[in-house]
Design a binder for this molecule. Structure first.
Ligand SMILES: Cc1ncc(COP(=O)(O)O)c(C=O)c1O
Length: 436
């Protein structure tokens, strides 16, 4: 069966070049990067080269990059590491600012902090998923220790105004962390331009391997370790380095840096085509978050009258893979917290699908999606008594209002004719008297 993958925000395939770079570090170059012998030094050199490659992607210095097990660990380390850098007591009232649309890796970390007595402000977002910097400014307190706002949203692709947030954080003298798991490699990032203190990224979202990520930590930032162990990575993140994974992440970062502009141009054109095609061919469908700046590869659409999970399965049976929201929350019955935060009612949030394109997406893939999605939606809608009822009510309401409008217009026409008759007569009489 012909299969098309439009779920690149869930994960990406490892690029062949990345795999080639990694392979020697599973066998021939298997050494521990902390060993001082030649074998170890070869592994160490590979890890440090990767650190430089990741740093270059972010405009950071290599010594500010710490390798982790992925985006979740990086997010947790940023949140707990900053807040834990000073002792929490009933007298200190540490405060953190985040948003309602963060990934669970940040949201659940913040909720855990709340249980420890930390106060957390969750900023609302507008209907496109953007926070209002004025809300952020107003939420700042003297006790605010950390602002953690994601760069690009995993479900909508909306890109938050990091430069403005960074300015507010700097003026307030507050640490600023961003979860850049969905933006790294897709749109430009410069930690200095955004005045970031911490940034998370993940290998498997940028054509690198799973189980490896990085945390950028600006020099001089007070960060408590999340794990305790040996002296690896200066004790900030102990544990024997995953050399092959780190080499893969470094190579993936290097490829992303070179291909970012071309990928973005090509993917945004394909994404726009997909959106137009689906909206034009599927009555009542709409784009979620379409007016905000977005990552070039992400489209999220609502198809009122269908159950997202049912549509996802129907499309999968026809060979198209997409997602009902964050892959990490798939299977959960709750509607997406991101879609409800932008104001969608629960049934519309449940009727939404995310299509995320990637480096290997072709024009033929988009044509295929435009061909099968509207048909699948129509089929499911036919089986949905609530949608059929809503359409019947819509039709009834349309014809009722149209006929009411026609009747009103006829009445107005009739009365205006009726009222204008005497004046016509008067004009004729005047004309006749003048000719006499
Ligand atoms: C925005 C965001 N942050 C964090 C994560 C977690 O990253 P990882 O899968 O590497 O733990 C994800 C994964 O989907 C994500 O989309």
């Amino acid at each position: 069966m012909h299969r098309v993958y439009l779920d690149y925000n869930a994960t990406t395939p490892v690029e062949p070049e990345v795999l080639d770079a990694m392979l020697p570090y599973f066998s021939a170059e298997f050494a521990n990067a902390s060993s001082i012998h030649t074998f170890g030094q070869n592994a160490r050199a590979a890890v440090e080269a990767a650190r430089e490659q990741v740093a270059t992607l972010l405009g950071a210095r290599p010594q500010e990059i710490f390798f982790t097990s992925g985006g979740t660990e990086s997010d947790n380390h940023a949140v707990f590491g900053i807040v834990g850098s000073t002792a929490i007591s009933p007298k200190s009232h540490p405060h953190v600012i985040t948003s309602f649309v963060e990934h669970e890796a940040v949201l659940n970390a913040c909720q855990a902090l709340e249980k420890q007595g930390v106060s957390v402000t969750y900023l609302p977002v507008d209907q496109d998923g953007l926070i209002d910097p004025q809300h952020l400014q107003a939420a700042l307190r003297p006790e605010t220790m950390l602002i953690t706002i994601m760069h690009a949203n995993n479900e909508l692709g909306t890109v938050q105004p990091l430069e403005e947030i960074g300015r507010i954080a700097k003026e307030g003298d507050v640490y600023f962390h961003t979860d850049a798991v969905q933006s790294a490699g897709k749109i430009p990032i410069d930690v200095n331009q955004f005045q970031l203190d911490l940034l998370s990224l993940s290998g498997h979202k940028l054509y690198g391997p799973k189980g490896v990520g990085a945390l950028y930590v600006r020099g001089g930032t007070r960060l408590r370790p999340l794990l305790y162990g040996g002296h690896h990575q200066r004790g900030v993140r102990p544990g024997t380095e995953n050399v092959a994974g780190i080499v893969g992440l470094g190579k993936a970062a290097e490829i992303a840096r070179h291909s970012l502009a071309n990928d973005a141009k090509r993917l945004s054109a394909l994404r726009d085509q997909l959106e137009h095609g689906l909206v034009n061919c599927t009555p009542h469908s709409r784009i979620n978050g379409g007016r905000a700046p977005r990552t070039p590869n992400t489209a999220n659409l609502v198809f009122p009258g269908v159950e997202g999970e049912a549509l996802l399965i129907a499309l999968d049976l026809k060979g198209l893979a997409c997602s009902t929201g964050a892959a990490c929350s798939s299977g959960a019955v709750e509607p997406s917290h991101v879609l409800t935060a932008i104001g969608l009612p629960a049934e519309e949030a449940r009727a939404s699908l995310r299509f995320s394109l990637g480096r290997h997406t072709t024009q033929a893939d988009i044509d295929f999606a435009i061909q099968i999605v509207p048909a699948a939606v129509a089929q499911l809608r036919q089986l949905s008594p609530t949608y059929q009822r809503a359409v019947t009510y819509d039709c009834f309401f349309f014809f009722f209002s149209a006929s009411l409008l026609c009747t009103l217009r006829l009445c107005v026409l009739f009365f205006s004719l009726f009222l204008s008759v005497p004046s016509v007569n008067a004009v004729l009489r005047k004309a006749a008297s003048r000719s006499n």
